[in-house]
Design a binder for this molecule. Structure first.
Ligand SMILES: [Zn+2]
Length: 403
């Protein structure tokens, strides 16, 4: 009997403690509040900025149950369930968790925990150059099991032509279909491609239009989005015509109005990476940062959709780890309003991650990734650094509300 129970204990102890939801890759952790899946959390006494672009809601209450947002509204309209753990944020501003939708080195656990505790609860890695796709996605899955880590959305390698800009080669449209299917079979959350032939005198052969179309068609048939590295307008035209879902950098030459219109008509999102262009411009004494800001301002004014992304660790310059404040400041300089920037860091960011139905806004049914900051970010986005509370997958991973 004793021997049997030890055997039983051994079996139980080797069972995985974490499960991953197929569509959302939402880890259910073995620690924290999910130990009591029935226990609700009530976040009270906050001003809610819900990520949709709507006006802030004062005296807001958010009920979280089983990792998801159960109900949302003003204190008079929302009933707090009996036995709920209540967190009084004392007038702090509650927002969806922020995201950085263009990073590298996103598989690094130290980076992921730093992002998460800074309120960046999801990142999208757009190019792993160190691991095979199988190794990369296994690493991602391991990172997702620890709820202290920011959620990692992973493209795996950067798809390109032979010897092109990137590290995963396709040779023909048929080969492109096979390779993209292979990446998705291995676990790719999305596909990243390069449409690039020349950066500062470094030259590369480039994917053909037929190959790009084959990549996009294959990815879309499998319900995966395609993000395209582009730096100049002549390639933007190719990206739009092939039907990619987002452009991973603002372009750094003249952006014709006609292409702005085409981007908006095709509902293609832009991830500006102004921090990258500022660093590159300082390093090489260029004016690309100002061109990029000017282009972004015109795109936003015309009604274009933007998601925050910095290209963290994507070039030999220092990048900000944590809340991407430099990127946010540069977006302000480009003319975006604080509310537009908040939407870019939340709802629109979730969209380019392919997770718009799961994340990015504070609405019933969504995964509970929330932050609270001490100060109104609509007055000063610098308050995004005053993190009081971070809830990730319904678990409290940082709480300074009692300090
Ligand atoms: Zn990059």
């Amino acid at each position: 009997m004793r021997r049997l129970s030890i055997a039983l204990l051994l079996i139980i102890s080797i069972l995985p403690f974490s499960v991953t939801c197929k569509t959302c890759r939402n880890p259910v952790s073995d620690d924290g509040t999910n130990d009591n899946p029935g226990e609700a959390i009530a976040v009270t006494n906050g001003v809610m900025i819900d990520g949709t672009g709507s006006e802030p809601v004062p005296d807001a209450v958010i009920i979280i149950q089983d990792g998801h947002i159960e109900s949302v509204g003003t204190a008079s309209a929302v009933e707090i369930p009996a036995g709920a753990m209540t967190i009084d944020v004392e007038g702090a501003y509650i927002l969806p968790g922020f995201m950085n939708t263009h990073v590298h080195s996103g598989y690094d656990e130290g980076n992921l925990t730093q992002w998460a505790t800074s309120g960046v609860t999801a990142v999208r890695d757009l190019g792993n150059f160190a691991d095979s796709p199988g190794e990369a996605f296994a690493k991602r899955d391991a990172r997702l099991r620890d709820n202290e880590n920011s959620r990692l959305v992973a493209a795996g390698p950067l798809v390109t032509t032979v010897d092109g800009y990137g590290n995963y080669y396709v040779t023909t449209p048929a080969d492109a279909r096979e390779k993209v299917n292979g990446l998705i079979d291995s676990g790719a959350d999305l596909i990243k491609i390069a449409i690039e032939d020349n950066l500062q005198g470094r030259r590369w052969p480039m994917l053909s239009m037929d190959e790009i179309r084959a990549i996009v068609e294959t990815a879309h048939a499998r319900d995966r989005q395609v993000s395209a590295h582009i730096s100049r307008s002549k390639h933007l035209d190719m990206a739009i015509k092939s039907g990619v879902d987002d452009v991973a950098h603002m372009i750094v030459n003249d952006l014709p109005d006609s292409l702005i219109t085409s981007m908006i008509d095709a509902d293609i999102y832009w991830v500006p990476t102004l921090e990258l262009w500022k660093g590159v411009s300082e390093y090489h004494d260029l004016n690309w940062d100002n061109t990029a800001k000017d282009n972004l301002g015109r795109f936003v004014l015309a009604g274009g959709k933007v998601a925050i992304g910095t290209d963290f660790d994507g070039y030999i310059i220092p990048f900000e780890l944590g809340m991407p404040m430099l990127e946010i400041e540069l977006m302000r300089e480009a003319g975006m309003t604080p509310m537009e920037i908040i939407v870019a860091g939340t709802r629109n960011a979730a969209h380019v991650c392919g997770l718009e139905n799961e994340l990015g806004t504070i609405e019933p049914g969504k995964i509970a990734d929330l932050i609270a900051v001490d100060g109104n970010p609509l007055d000063d986005l610098g308050y995004l650094l005053n993190i009081e509370l971070v809830i990730h997958n319904g678990e409290i991973i940082r709480d300074k509300t009692d300090d």
